[in-house]
Structures are given as C-alpha cells and as structure tokens.
Design a protein around this ligand. Sequence first.
Ligand code: JFZ
Length: 418
Amino acid sequence: VYAQDMDEMWDSSSSGKEHKNIQWFKDAKFGMFIHWGLYSKLGGEWNGKRYYGSGEWIMNQAKIPVTEYKKVAQIFNPVKFNGKEWAQLAEDAGMKYMVITAKHHEGFSMFDSKYTDFDIVDATPYKKDPMKSLSMEAGKRGIQFGFYYSQFQDWYEPNGGKNTWDFKESEKDYQKYYKQKAIPQLKELMTNYGKLGIIWFDTPGGLTKKETEDFVNSLRKYQPDCLFSSRVGHGLGDYKDFGDSELPPFTINGPWESIYTHNDSWGYIKHDMNFKTPVEIVYLLANAAARGGNLMLNVGPDGEGNIPEYTINYLKEVGQWLKINGESIYGTTAGLLGQQPWGVSTSKSGKQYLHVLHKPMDGKILIPDFNVTVNKIYLLDGNKALHYEKKGEDLIVSLPVGSTQKSLNDVIVIDYVG
Ligand code: JFZ
C-alpha cells in the first residue's frame, strides 16, 4: 500500500466545501473504469515470461527499457475498438459514468497529442484517436465521461516519475516534466473532448502543496464543472477515493468512490480468468451505496480493442438487475440500518431499501430498532406486498413464500413515516 496516498484518500476536500457540480456524482453510484494502453497488447507476458496482477505495470515489473517498450506501439493496432459498443455496454450495465486511461504510468498517450510522438495517432499503425468517438458516444447516452491521467509517474520520459531502470532519479527535473508534458496534455484533454465529468489523477508526486494548488487552479479554468479525483494530491480533489478493491467498513460522509477491477488486474491479462460474477458485483454495488458511495468497476479491453466476453456477459446481467432494482441504488443515500446478517440498506426520503444479500433459512428478515409507522412493505420486483409484524422496537418481514436464494439479491422496500 502507498502509505502516503492513504492520507490523500481520506482527506479529499481540505476546504470542506463541496464542488458545485458534485450532485451527479453522488447520484450515479455505478461507473465504468477502463484501463487500456500498450500493456493491453502485451496481456501480461514479456519475452515468454508471464506476469500476474496489474498488467499495466508490466514495463516496471519486467524492467523493460524505453527503447524496447517503444516498439510495442508499432504492433498496437486495435481495429476491433468500437466506441459505440463500449459506451453501449456501459449503458446496458447501468453505469452512469466512465473513466478511461488517457495516459497511464507507461507514458503512452491513448489520444492525439501535440506534445509527444509517443501517442496512438503518431506511433501506431492504427493512427486514429479512439477517445474522440468514445467521449461522443458516452455523451449521447448521458454517461459522464472522464479521463484517468497519470500526472507524475511517466516511465517513458527522462524527467517523469519512477522509471529507475532507464533514468537516474538525481538527474530528473520534475518541474520540466509537468511543464512540458503533463500540463499541456491535460489542457488538450480538457479542451478537445467536450464536457468532461472527471479527471482521475493518479499517485501525486514531485510537487509541493502550493505547486499542486497552482497546477489544479490552472486546470480548473478550462472546465470549472469537471471533478478532480483525490489522487491529485494534497487534499485538493473533489471526492474521496478508496484504494484498490477496498470498501470502507462504515458509512462515509461526503462524496466517495471505491474502485474494483473485474478480474485481478486493471490492464488486460490474457491468463487472468478470475472474473467477479454478477452476484459479487451487485454485492459490491449494494454495499458501496449502503455506505453512501459509488462503485467504479474496471474493465480491461485487450490490444485488439475487444472487451473480454465474461465482462460483457456479466455486466449485462448486472444491468438487467438494475433495470428492475435501480430505484434502490441510483440517487440513494447511505442506509439507516447498518450491516445486518441478511445484508444492507439504502435510503430515499420515506423509504428504506433492504438489499437481501443472504437469505435467512426461515425466510424472515429482522430489522432492529426500526420503530416507524409503516405504510407498506413490498418487493421492489413487481411491487408485491409482503407480510410483516412489529415486535417491540423491531420489525420482522417475511420474504415471499417459496423464495429461495436466487442468483441476484432481492430488494425489499419499507415505505414509512417517521
Ligand atoms: C494506481 C495505479 O498504479 C494502478 O496501476 C491502477 O491504475 C490503479 C487504479 O491506481 O495504483 C494505486 C494507487 C494508489 C493506491 C492503490 C493503487 N492507494 O492509494 O491505495
């Protein structure tokens, strides 16, 4: 774990004031993260050796020299990429925002940039800018579009952060790197792709708090409505981010997101089949929403531009569940009930949505200390009224007769006053 970044995550908005455009983010609950770059072409393999986990780190894992890594661009030709299909998948999955890697630590720009030749238009046989159609197609579907940008780590640049196998740390001029690449490229991203929902900065470094402030302020002016993730550093982000695959164990106030990846890697790895099932994804989504936050789930397309079959199928199943049960997720706030043996809850005014993640053997759900005037208790799928009884301060709800553990969780709605 990056100890230094842990603080950044917990300390997002130092001013204590929320961003004026934060509401869409709070309501969204479910987003798509996409890690896509030259590493996707390598798929976790270099010189016949297989690597596992964080495929986007292969240049670092195998200590590949820049001169060798550069050549991967010459064979990167993602002809199967289809911005419309990717955006449609996000919509079908019920995702309300999308963040894609514009430049990861490898230093390769997945968009057309004037400030380097090491980009998808200049250095590959593909010669096109995929971010143009993707941003447009997302926008058409009402999906907030954003870029991940590694603002400090850049293993391709002599002055970029963290490449210690090609370059000497003592000879690096980080200011120069920010000035010549990171800042101009961020300006390109913020001016060439329409309205952005988010810039997802990653792993700060090389700048003091004052310098980070200047950096942030210089970018804010291009799109004042665009949110910045907490890893911009020094508490200057607009919402909290939890580290890799981490859910906070309790309700967190203020906007936040947990990031998980569909298998065990962010970037595509051909020998990683450990995909989370729809049940697991809904479980994560319900738990994030129940604690007041979002889930941004990562997908890793391959070097041809295909999203793995399992990801497509499983995400569509989650989308089917959301079509019926979305009311219990989107636009909700943290649940009032905390973690219960049967699951968790989310809130809207006058309503508690019970996400029954584990069905009790006797088919009865106990809601402790919930002494309210109940209007109605019903299953969200089909609005079927459910039998319930009051026992002191507690409420006991009976699941539909014959209800067994189905593949995805049932949502029970308590419509109440008080
Ligand atoms: C970063 C990247 O290094 C990684 O490749 C991936 O893009 C991921 C989403 O973000 O990794 C981090 C950065 C910070 C933490 C964990 C992983 N953190 O603060 O816990």
